[in-house]
Design a protein. Structure first.
Length: 326
């Protein structure tokens, strides 16, 4: 009998390991992002990934690829759609030309505070989810940037002062604003922004104080006007087939971690905004509110662009704005 055990022992052990295999199997996801590892969105993403790994006991491991190291910003959504990456994070408004619903959060002066921006996301989320679902993508969560302000190489008292400026655009909305003020718009995503500023390719732009800190904008730009034009959002999503391939407990863990990341992300952005603004001042920038003339000029442009967005977005856009204004 002991001889039989000796003969069968290795086979039984191999069989036991084979049986345990599926339970021990580990799924790995790649998640590309366009922002530096120490950016507030990347920090929140890292915590999200950690929460998923902890909650699943290591069954699902998400590897972050920050700073456009795996795919450039405009390529990320397509990469997730085609399964080249299982998940991704993108500034959703860069895809506004594909569908106006992706650009609702950058309609100038529509939602200019964190509370208003969250209300707008709640109103627009079903339409965003519906559109992405047709592309095989599932929304996990969204997180806002701090309010967008005007950075400029020159003092700006009115919008006319921006005529001829080398205007950085990062989505269709900022391109249209550049055109409206008579600036020369050039599309530059964040990964290339520091170089564009240093070489003079860009000398005026609307972006967040967070991006200003990321690229050390004070080395090239002396003025910041806190116009609080809008709060754009990054959306984190997953390839639907990759999500469907997970077992139910793992799916639930991902959705729970995503809900936690969304709640944490909105608070994080609001908390960090004051620190970013303080840093701009500490680095010697001239930081302040816009003049009444500049504010009025941008609000006029905002009204025009709102009407243009509604015309493009049709019934869906009208429903979103109605829900937002309830």
């Amino acid at each position: 009998m002991s001889g039989l055990k000796r003969i069968l022992g290795p086979a039984l052990a191999i069989g036991a390991l084979a049986f345990a295999g599926p339970a021990l199997a580990q799924t790995k996801w790649n998640l590309p992002s366009a922002y530096p590892a120490d950016n507030l969105h990347s920090e929140n993403l890292a915590q999200f990934a950690k929460d998923v790994e902890t909650a699943t006991g290591g069954k699902l491991v998400i590897t972050l690829h920050p700073n456009a190291s795996l795919f450039k910003a405009p390529e990320i959504k397509r990469a997730v759609q085609t399964g080249q990456a299982q998940a991704g994070e993108v500034l959703i408004s860069i895809h506004e030309n594909e569908d106006p619903v992706f650009g609702v959060d950058v309609v100038p002066f529509l939602a200019t505070s964190f509370d208003a921006s969250k209300k707008l996301w709640d109103a627009s989320r079903p339409a965003v989810e519906k559109k992405l679902a047709t592309q095989g993508i599932k929304v996990l969560y969204a997180m806002p940037w701090p309010p967008q302000g005007l950075f400029s190489k020159m003092a700006v008292e009115k919008t006319e002062d921006l005529k001829g400026a080398k205007w950085r655009a990062y989505n269709p909305g900022t391109s249209r604003i550049g055109e409206a003020v008579g600036a020369q718009a050039v599309t530059v995503q964040q990964a290339e922004l520091a170089q564009a500023l240093a070489t003079g390719v860009v000398n005026a732009l609307i972006t967040s104080s967070a991006t200003g800190n990321d690229v050390k904008i004070w080395e090239s730009i002396p003025y910041f006007y806190d116009i609080q034009a809008w709060l754009p959002k990054n959306v984190v999503f997953v390839n639907q087939a990759a999500f469907d391939a997970l077992d139910k407990p793992t799916q639930d863990a991902v959705l729970k971690a995503a809900a936690d990341a969304e709640a944490r992300g909105w608070k994080l952005s609001e908390t960090k905004t004051k620190g970013y603004m303080d840093t701009l001042t500490a680095k010697g920038m001239k930081v302040g509110p816009p003049s009444p003339e500049l504010k009025a000029g941008f609000e006029k442009i905002g009204g025009t662009l709102t009407e243009a967005w509604l015309a493009k977005a049709g019934a869906t856009g009208t429903e979103i704005i109605a829900a937002y204004k309830k």
